[in-house]
Write a new protein. Structure first.
Lengths: 331, 285
């Protein structure tokens, strides 16, 4: 009896296994493997993101030692922010990004086109690439601290510049608007232009060389080849570089925070939006902090949409025209 | 013939100009690090006297002073940073590969939606959620611990995207099917067959996540409070906060050297792989 039972259970198991493999239902494993990512994302990012919207509608801060709120105030926090200096900080952030991005894209394009130019055949490009990418891996806060020490009033850079006769007396970088902003822009440039160069290089190398050869045979000059063939084909990677750089620019924090010790000196001309957010987080002003976070989310969303839209408008137009032509031919 | 010579001369001139500009740009990249290393070998009085282009002999002296400085627990901070960055690199690469595998190898109803969702959240700046994150960590009672710095990295959209690109190029589904026929369960297949194939991608992304975590300042500064839990960037901020003119400049330079140079050395050893790795995950032209 027992034996028969055992045999039957084995048989049952066998059919069960056959059934399983027969219908092959692996889909559930897809769901199971997605669980960690989504669980962690929901707990540590999505819930905080939603709660940021929630906090932005409440008055909730410390006044001295007394806790004010949380009281529901609707959109009052947004109004307070817009009336405050936020426009100035937004201006600072954008100015620093633009003045850093223009030379960055210019130098990066130049270097990328040299590194990929088959006729120039530069040597030791590996070494140059290694060097220009190096700053990107450096701790931004330590880099800012380094610049702070190097460019301080009695620091080595002033010493060198005076000795070389370029300056008559030490330039007070940290007390001048142009000096401080200039240092932030220079650091940002150094930190990111290597990365941009390598991305653009990958884009250029992805271009079919026969197109360029054909143009050269037709008598196109190198400049014409670059502007009329390479650049249009480079557009997708260009959009990618521009959007990531813009979003990164809006997040600018480590460098100005350490360089100015969070003060944005002189006279808050180098305070960025995230430095303002950081101040609200430290002073536990959750209402204004929340409203600022929501505005940052909206600004970065809108700006990247605008950039994406303007840069791809021509492509979409062409596609539409082609569609219309095809439609017309069909009729 | 003459025209040919002229063209060759012009090419040579262009090439020379390129080299000169490349050398100038490289010098611009390296000069600040050169000054840093020189000054880390000079004592405080020497540094005050003015800059010198040759190293001094006080490297050991500065290092000793810094390590003995009770206000800056450097050794502890290095271990904290190594622990946080190492764990982050492991968690990020493993779970990103797992998530990418789920999307790459299986067909299920919400696959497209899940993929679209991950691509969408890629562009959300991390700072935007910081306020909610910090308050959440407060209610979990995890303030001043390393867990909130490590665990969230299991959801890294960018590393996920890179892993998925790599899988599409290198992981034929036949291998997975062969493992199934041999009776391996799906989880085992992932750990023992898929992960080894993914090794090069894991190495590159591991380095990147490690470096990003090592350099991270914004979130740790909001979470870590006590002196013994500080990471290296927080010590740098503390150094900047202190009245630095009263400080021993030899120690300041040494502290910055410690924050920067280990990464530089690792990078120089692995630069070939790193530079190749930057572009693999990004959009293809």
């Amino acid at each position: 009896m027992i034996e028969v039972k055992a045999v039957s259970t084995v048989n049952n198991q066998a059919t069960a296994i056959r059934k399983k493999t027969g219908s092959i239902n692996y889909a559930k494993w897809g769901y199971i493997f997605l669980i960690p990512f989504f669980l962690v994302y929901i707990v540590f990012s999505l819930v905080p993101l939603v709660s940021v919207f929630y906090y932005s509608f409440f008055e909730n801060y410390m006044s001295g030692l007394t806790q004010i709120g949380p009281n529901f105030v609707g959109f009052k926090n947004y109004g307070t922010l817009l009336e405050s200096n936020i426009g100035k900080y937004f201006g600072n952030t954008i100015l620093i990004w633009v003045l850093g991005f223009i030379p960055q894209i210019f130098i990066s394009l130049l270097l990328a086109s040299w590194f990929t130019n088959l006729r120039l055949r530069l040597r030791a490009t590996g070494m140059f690439k290694t060097i220009i990418y190096l700053p990107n891996l450096i701790m931004a806060s330590a880099f800012a601290m380094l610049f702070f020490v190097l460019f301080s009033d009695a620091g080595p850079m002033n010493d060198i510049l005076v000795h070389l006769g370029i300056l008559e007396k030490p330039y007070r970088f940290m007390s001048e608007v142009a000096g401080t902003r200039g240092l932030i822009i220079a650091m940002n440039f150094l930190l990111w232009f290597g990365n941009t160069t390598i991305l653009l290089m990958a884009g250029i190398m992805g271009i079919d060389t026969s197109l360029i050869e054909a143009a050269e045979i037709d008598g196109a000059k190198p400049a014409q080849v670059f502007w009329l063939i390479t650049m249009p084909l480079l557009k997708p990677i260009f959009v990618y570089v521009l959007i990531t750089s813009l979003i990164g620019g809006l997040q600018l924090f480590d460098v100005p925070q350490i360089l100015t010790n969070g003060g944005g000196n002189p006279d808050r001309t180098s305070t960025t939006l995230i430095m303002l957010l950081n101040n609200h987080l430290y002073s536990k002003n959750y209402g204004l902090g929340g409203a600022l976070s929501v505005m940052l989310l909206v600004i970065s969303g809108v700006l990247s949409f605008v950039v994406y839209d303007t840069l791809t408008r021509e492509q979409r137009k062409q596609r539409k025209e082609r569609k219309l032509q095809r439609g017309g031919a069909g009729r | 013939m003459n025209q040919n010579d002229a063209a060759r001369l012009q090419l040579r001139l262009t090439r020379t100009a390129c080299y000169i500009i490349l050398i100038l740009i490289s010098a611009m990249c390296l000069f600040s690090f050169y000054v840093l290393i020189i000054n880390s070998t000079r004592s405080h009085p020497d540094i005050q006297k003015g800059f010198a282009f040759l190293p001094g002999g006080s490297f050991g002296y500065n290092l000793q002073n810094l390590l003995a400085n009770e206000n800056l627990p450097v050794v502890k901070a290095i271990f904290n940073s190594l622990f946080v960055s190492g764990s982050t690199a492991l968690i990020t690469t493993y779970f990103s590969a797992l998530t990418a595998y789920a999307i790459h190898a299986y067909d299920f109803r919400f696959k497209r939606a899940a993929f679209a969702f991950i691509m969408m959240i890629m562009m959300v700046p991390a700072q935007v959620t910081a306020l909610g994150f910090v308050r959440l960590i407060g209610t979990f009672n995890l303030m001043d611990t390393f867990l909130p710095l490590i665990l969230p990295s299991a959801a890294s959209p960018i590393v996920f995207f890179f892993m998925k690109q790599y899988m599409e190029a290198t992981l034929p589904i036949e291998i997975v099917e062969a493992a199934r026929i041999d009776g391996s369960n799906e989880f085992r297949t992932f750990n023992l067959i898929v992960l080894p194939i993914m090794k090069p991608a894991i190495a590159v992304q591991g380095i990147f996540t490690f470096v990003t975590a090592w350099n991270n300042y914004f979130v740790p500064s909001l979470i870590l409070k006590s002196a013994e839990n500080k990471t290296v960037p927080l010590l740098i901020a503390q150094l900047r906060n202190a009245d630095f003119l009263k400080f021993d400049m030899g120690q300041v330079y040494m502290m910055i050297t410690i924050a920067i140079v280990p990464v530089v050395i690792v990078y120089l050893l692995l630069s070939r792989y790193i530079i190749r790795g930057i572009t693999l995950g990004s959009v293809k032209g």
